[in-house]
Design a protein around this ligand. Structure first.
Ligand SMILES: [Zn+2]
Length: 435
């Protein structure tokens, strides 16, 4: 198959694009913006097969642009179109109808029936083809519904590091779990266009590539909580990362949505080469027989899950406990933020003058807790302390203009905190198309 971008010089035969009024020079090799397919953006660009989907207006924004470009006579777009090789490979639809259309558009039967049509658009009449499509071939406009979200992967640069937010999925968190008056909570949720009863809440983790090391921060839920969770392995795969290549897993705390993913669903070690870092007080709390023995019945399973998740790593001598302010690896420093759990810790990622504050569970519902930080959640071990910590962290993030990353902020959970007339405001980071 011809690689996209290659020039084709042995045409045109009938070039009705030129009849729109512009003349063309031989186009330069085009560049194609593609989403990074690997953690270093190393996946190959999508090939000519995908460019074939430009044929069908309902399947490609690019085609819509192509069609409208002809209508508007946009020279630049047409240059790109002209130099883009087409292929029917990978185009969803009735193959024989597609081939008939190609034939109608001056493509050779041999090329069409070979199921691989490598030509530039200069060699056939795109205008005629577009007219045919837009005038109505409804069967060809159909495409199967996907029925699933795209992978939860988002990359940003922090100095020389690459940080990839990885989605583990989501869970509904009921409004009744938050402190404060219900009417006020419903007003805040309504203002944020959220349901009043429960909010679909993201569970995010982070992969930090320092250039030398791959560090995962938090491990996801595995299969211990809900089918809408446990998607970290899929997100890692989508980012092009083998779990065996991860050098360390740093836990913000040992709640099951952060630690249970240390094990696979069939209870095997998920990160076979990783050391596990956890705050010393946090580790002591969740692994203490005495503490778990006194815990209410409803909480006992949380202890069981936390202990089971970390035990094989501890047995192998691969658990390292840390204290507040510890530099865990060069560029990642712990900052204890207790209240949600006894040793709940944030991680400050610093490189080349840039910082990202990964704050774990400082917020569980942005619509409620930014404007009213006093709305603690029932999961907090010490609610008063959690409120005080949240206010302190909000103040620090707003004052220092820090970029923050939250485990339960809407995916990808990156943004800034600003002081507002009432409490604080959350300002999500804008999409960065490139690193
Ligand atoms: Zn959590």
């Amino acid at each position: 198959m011809r690689k996209h971008g290659r020039r084709v010089r042995n045409e045109p035969s009938s070039d009705r694009l030129l009849t729109l009024g512009a003349s063309f020079e031989e186009p330069a090799v085009p560049t194609y913006p593609v989403q990074p397919g690997g953690r270093n953006g190393s996946a190959p660009p999508r090939g000519a097969a995908n460019h074939g989907s430009h044929l069908w207006p309902s399947r490609s924004i690019a085609f819509s642009h192509a069609a409208s470009a002809q209508i508007r006579g946009e020279l630049a777009m047409r240059k790109i179109i002209e130099s883009t090789p087409l292929s029917l490979d990978g185009v969803i639809g009735d193959r024989s109808k597609m081939e008939k259309l190609m034939l109608k558009s001056s493509l050779t039967p041999a090329a069409a029936t070979a199921h691989r049509i490598d030509v530039t658009r200069r060699s056939f009449s795109l205008a005629a083809l577009a007219g045919t499509l837009l005038s109505g071939t409804p069967a060809l406009a159909k495409a199967p519904l996907v029925g699933a979200q795209v992978p939860g992967v988002y990359c940003l640069k922090v100095g020389a590091f690459e940080v990839t937010v990885l989605g583990d999925g989501w869970l509904p968190i009921g409004t009744e779990l938050f402190a404060g008056d219900r009417a006020g909570a419903e007003r805040l949720l309504g203002a944020a266009f959220l349901p009043k009863t429960a909010t679909a809440t993201a569970v995010n983790e982070w992969l930090v590539n320092t250039g030398d090391k791959l560090i995962l921060i938090d491990a996801g839920t595995s299969n211990v909580l809900a089918p809408s969770l446990g998607r970290l392995p899929k997100s890692l795969a989508a980012a092009g990362v083998d779990p065996a290549s991860i050098d360390a897993v740093i836990l913000t705390h040992m709640h099951l949505d952060h630690a249970a993913g240390l094990l696979t669903p069939d209870k095997k070690v998920a990160f076979v080469n990783a050391a596990i870092y956890v705050n010393a007080d946090e580790y002591g709390f969740w692994t203490s027989e005495e503490v778990s023995g006194k815990a209410p019945d409803g909480m006992k399973s949380m202890f069981d899950i936390a202990r089971a998740a970390i035990k094989p790593y501890a047995d192998a001598g691969r658990v390292q406990t840390y204290r507040n302010g510890a530099a865990l690896v060069p560029g990642i420093t712990s900052m204890v933020a207790p209240g949600h759990t006894v040793g709940h810790s944030m991680l400050r990622v610093s490189s080349a003058g840039s910082d990202l504050l990964i704050w774990g569970d400082i917020v569980h519902n942005a619509a409620l807790q930014f404007p009213e930080p006093e709305r603690s959640i029932a999961f907090d071990t010490d609610q008063a302390m959690a409120i005080a910590t949240r206010k302190r962290v909000f103040d620090m993030a707003a004052t220092d203009r820090l970029t923050v990353a939250g485990a339960h902020l809407p995916f990808p959970g990156l943004g800034h905190v600003a002081k507002a007339s009432t409490g604080y405001a959350y300002l999500p980071l804008q999409w960065g198309a490139d690193l």
